[in-house]
Design a protein around this ligand. Sequence first.
Ligand code: MSP
Length: 641
Amino acid sequence: MSKYYLTTPIYYVNAAPHIGHTYTTIAADAIKRLKRMQGFEPVILTTGTDEHGQKIERAAAAANKSPQKFTDLISNEFRQQWKTLDLQIDRFQRTTDPKHAKVVQDLFDRCVKSGYVYKGSYTGQYCVFDELYVSEAKPGDPCPDCGRPTETVTEENFYFKLSAFQERLLKFYEDQPDFIQPESRRNEVIAFVKQGLKDVSISRTTIKWGIPVANEAPHIFYVWFDALSTYMSAVDGEGLWPADLHLIGKEILRFHAVYWPAFLWAADLPLPKKLFAHGWLLFENDKMSKSKGNMVRATPIKESLGADALRYYLLREVVFGQDGNFSYDALVQRYNSDLANGLGNLASRTLALIHQNCGGKIPSHGSTDMGGHAKTAVETALYAYERLEFSKALETIWGFIGVLDRFIVERAPWNLAKSGDTYNLADTLYTAAEALRIVTALVYPVIPESAAKIWAQLGFRTPLDAIRLADLEWGKLASGQEIEPASGVFPRADVKTMIEKMKEGEAAELVRQQTLMGAKVAPPPSVAADGTSHISIDDFIKVDLRVGEVKTANAVKGADKLLHLQVDIGEPQPRSIVAGIALAYKPEALVGRKVVIVANLAPRKLRGLESQGMIVAASLEGGNPVLASFLEDVPIGARLK
Ligand code: MSP
């Protein structure tokens, strides 16, 4: 059978791994296991780290480390994370690997040779975070993607003639309708390309941390030209290119669906077969970000509930391709209902009944019509898996588990045992065990560790990894096979205790990562003898709290929680303040209202707007903020003491 080569994005090392990266890599691992089950050989999974560029250079400087030391450290965090989660990674490619640099240079040389590269100069607004020029932006404008301020940059660069590929790309998307999935993303790409493509610069001269363009100092390769080549350098010389699947997040689809095919065509190299762009994982319905402090890491979840609980939750709860939500509560609820009560219960009940009634051996073949149900479940689940519709596949399998539960209850084998109906007893228990075997094999790509445990308890000596589609046929379970003692695979979790445990683990993991990244972790506030935290009056006096009056209030484009206020605090000019109160207050209701602001906070920019202070509000857990105000009239500019 043929090879299957799949990749995840290579992750930037400016941040340590969090659950967003884990989501993609877990999905890739599940696909790898599935492809193996489908008989592909070998199945190779590449991931790695994207280590060049200004963003990384700056992160290293902030951590007071050389770029190389810093990238070594963070790259290793990713490697360890995948190991901790037991993901079957075959190639871990770093962009700082010299072998990789050769492949990048080779791709460039081929593009030069075919006439698709030229030198030109450009001045524009550049977003350092996204490593992108923002077209039509003026100095001071924020990046439309991330909201961070753009910087004016002039450079002489090597350009790639992307514009020459517009028609070819459109024709290609048309001829290969499965190239970009899901369909909705494909339509976005087509609409983007139809607007017209501009040439793109593929080198930089303003940055040092990157792969030098041979004989063209001070040019270094643009990070995306460098990064995309990883998919080839990881398997250089192994005959595995082209990739069968690039699995990515939706925000980097354009690079993969537009730039990458064009680079490869220019270099006369084969294109990957398929791109699948999944959606974003949100935390309690909010975008995860470092600044919001609402990121989640996988290790504490693994240590509390197990890696399979996380894998199952992510692939069952989120429709693959769409945005989805992560919440600790939903994670534990799913674990209890589907894994502990659903699959876990089916396994322990079936195995215990066989121990009690059949001397621990699989009884003789039955004649129930469960085989038909199983066949439909297998076909439906495999069809969904093939289309990467994980949640649908799992829903089908759990539907089948429900059928089995009802079957066991209806047949009531405990009564059959009492009445001495050995034929029907054996028939029932064989059916249950055979169905459990098939379910276990079907869930293996998603929950490999637990599936392997149930597999071993069913008495199989061969690893579940070796299972192939043909083995999913009904009736393959041999009568007489000795089973192992049953032991619970998914112990029930107390929701509250489990959430607390995971949150505690998360807090500790955050501190560990921050320390690693060179951040100074704030010491805990001093604790007084009675156990409460106190600050001195000198500390309090440092905070300049003032009464102000809101002069104007406006919504902030693209930020549904923010309002931009002008607040008069008795100074010659009102203060510009950006406040996260838009969900609680309509702008017009604020004008003329007295508020309290912290007047001596260092100014900072939010969405390109300067915020010269902070508005004081009560922060309610899970609720809207409530502005501090006075019952009596207070003059503008009065200080709170
Ligand atoms: N280095 C580039 C990719 C180069 S590939 C040739 C990059 N790196 S990244 O570290 O920002 O990782 C982005 C990828 O991580 C996303 O495409 C997605 O696969 C995953 N995710 C990171 N955060 C995520 C969520 N919150 N939700 C889902 N996946 C996200 O872009």
